[in-house]
Design a protein. Sequence first.
Length: 96
Amino acid sequence: MSGGLMLTDGGAGGAARCVRCGAEAAGPCARCEAPVCGDCCVLTEGGARVWAICLRCDARGGRSLRGGWWMVISWIALPILALAAAVALLEWLTRR
């Protein structure tokens, strides 16, 4: 799968229609997977790939991937910091 926009019909046999305006869809929203046309979507910013998301998902704060990256960093950094604190506490307790 290339990750770009492509025509989908959801198995209906005809061309998929945009959920917002009814025009022929260019592909699915990267978040909610609803079919959207090129006029009813925006492109993401800050990622290695460019994804199209619908205007409704964009209104909910979905254009930037910055929040997702902070979540990934926190899932990696917080456990490492917790382990470092535990090691420091054990070192301090063994020196007493």
